[in-house]
Design a protein. Sequence first.
Length: 327
Amino acid sequence: FPYPQVMFTACELGVFDLLLESGEPLSSDAIAARLGTSTMGMERLLDACVGLKLLAVELTQEGALYRNTEISNIYLTKSSPKSQYHIMMYYSNTVYLCWHYLADAVREGRNQYERAFGISSKDPFGAMYRSEEEMLKFMAGQNSVWSICGRDVLAAFDLSPFTQVYDLGGGGGALAQEYVSLYPHSTITIYDLPKVVHVAKEKFVPPEERRIAFYEGDFFNDSIPEAELYILSKILHDWDDDKCRQLLAKVYKACKPGGGVLLVESLLNEDKSGPLETQLYSMNMLVQTEGKERTAAEYSKLLEAAGFGEIQVKRTGKLYDAVLGRK
């Protein structure tokens, strides 16, 4: 049943933001009037949000009054530091359109951008970044994920010995900002496509943050500069094993002796029995990319094939885990 669509719709219409700004519970009539919706439709949406524990309701002499729960205040309002609003909108308007063609993806073993948006599926990121607006939504969504998961994966190992760091595919820079906050004596360079770097500089990374630099390029086709540590956060899961081996071999060649690579991924159990979230992420990789989610052993094997050793795995208990390999 489409539980997420209820949440997506309430986010898109501004229900949670309105209730936060109002500072007091509101009736369905008042919410509908302020948001410009039908009263009947809004009442049903609000009641469904109550059922999902996203709103609370109080029955008074004047009728039902609705307010946010703590969860919706923290994660579903735009102004919260831990807001997941942008990733919700990305899933609602982009990811779910690909999921409509899940049966076709299973039959064909490839992503569904062509059916969903009428564009070539051969270059997944060309499809994802098909417009500046779409790229901005994706980058903002990824940043919101790191606002709640970034510190966990960066603190899984003591990375303080690494002072010269490259974040490959670092996008909007939220993970890089978490890194310099946690390891203030380090500098980190976001390596990404030129158009991504341009948007990151303009929209996401404050110019006064001198510990974060940028490098424009395509790490599959261009050189990778020397560094002590390379972070690949949610990168390898976008690609098949051959592409992963190709990229890791380039990283190993560029890496300083004694340096390392940190993989940030959602790890499957070794028997692939779960976690359910990771299994569903892997289905999402099917409809959107060329990759899949993997077990710790599978990532370790890819690292070893590239030359990395002393491989350590840390499960964070959150959405994403960490794998560290050393040169």
